[in-house]
Design a protein around this ligand. Sequence first.
Ligand SMILES: Cc1cc2nc3c(=O)[nH]c(=O)nc-3n(C[C@H](O)[C@H](O)[C@H](O)COP(=O)(O)OP(=O)(O)OC[C@H]3O[C@@H](n4cnc5c(N)ncnc54)[C@H](O)[C@@H]3O)c2cc1C
Length: 399
Amino acid sequence: MKIAIVGGGAAGLMAAVVACQKHNVTVFEKQNRVGKKLFASGNGKCNVTNSILTRQNLSKPNDFYNCQRANDVVSAFDYDDFMSFCKNTLALETIVDSQGRVYPRSEQSGSVLDAFRLRCQKNGVKICDNTDVYRIEKTAKGFKLHFGQEQTAYFDKVVFCVGSSAQTRNFNSFDLLKDFKINLTKRQASLTPVKTQKVWLPLNGVKTKCNVTLYQNGQRVMSENGEVLFRDYGLSGIVIFNVSAYIARNIAKGVDAKYYVSLDLFNEITQKQLEEKLFERFAVCGNESKTFFVGLLCNKLAEEVIKNCKLAEIIKKEDISKIAKFLKNIRFDVSGLCGEDKGQVVSGGIDFAETDENLQCKKVPGLYFAGECLDADGLCGGFNLHFAFASGYLAGKSL
Ligand SMILES: Cc1cc2nc3c(=O)[nH]c(=O)nc-3n(C[C@H](O)[C@H](O)[C@H](O)COP(=O)(O)OP(=O)(O)OC[C@H]3O[C@@H](n4cnc5c(N)ncnc54)[C@H](O)[C@@H]3O)c2cc1C
């Protein structure tokens, strides 16, 4: 069969490598080369999957993905399947870090991209770079694609894997589905920094390790340890991206709520233990507020503590519980999420209800969907690329 893959990203390349074992495959990519987002991912290191994504872990309640269907797709091509694929099909060596994040052994995203491109090349996949598909027409036997400078070609089946508007200018590829009346769910940038009502301007660019707890309408809804980056508009960092995923999924579902995050800068000890630690400092540091925190907090953070706890030049013993309480619960009210220009993914997209279990479109047999264009989003840590690969694999295998 003649197969067209619309979009040469992670999902499209995976679908091509799998489908070319049986079919004649053409990949259409509007940019000047395939896999640009894959290349940029993970700060150029490309965090391809996470060892937590085993079938066993996916069978338990989890928040790795926004919905059960996304979870099911990953279950069908889980961590072990992907690692075997890397070894046996891509010849891609990998390393796993202490948090289960998997990277190419070279720690260069180019290795992943090149491995896919080589497999495509070896198996005769035709890659058309700089080729924008602007219409997909259903014909009696298959599909007519309109692309480039008013060119057309016929295909038996099409895999639609155009990605999302996250960090992509002028994204309009969902327009291709208008004729088919495919339902799209509400879209919202995710894995973004969060904007907060209070900002600590002097700390812009400063990072600190802490525990972050998210509260929704006053109820604790998630908690995670990690590194927070203070920004002049709010907070950023991987743990904050995961907080944004929770909020983005709610926004995409139409849930209206108020959120705040609480930072615990000393999550490894209790408030009582922190008070004891602070008391001990009097003996070594004296009681002047400008030197009391030296060696405990970075200077800019110490200035915020002095300001927020309204400490005088001399710290009194009675101030200690106030300081400990503050350091264990620094509240930032969330005023919103940053947009698609800063988001790594988009929550929402093609409604899974439009697809069968192989990601084939129910309304348009022969048309398949894969990757981020579907209503699937995962947490930080390799979950999104894994979904793109798993859905590309499923669609490619089912053609
Ligand atoms: C900065 C950044 C870092 C990230 N880091 C990670 C990470 O480390 N780990 C992780 O799991 N996830 C990461 N992600 C998310 C991950 O990169 C995406 O979820 C994943 O690339 C989605 O793959 P995809 O194939 O669905 O879409 P894409 O990779 O976006 O590919 C879609 C392709 O389709 C092409 N296209 C679109 N419309 C058309 C058309 N009409 N005609 C022809 N071609 C078209 C696009 O040009 C694009 O190349 C990151 C994202 C960003 C932005």
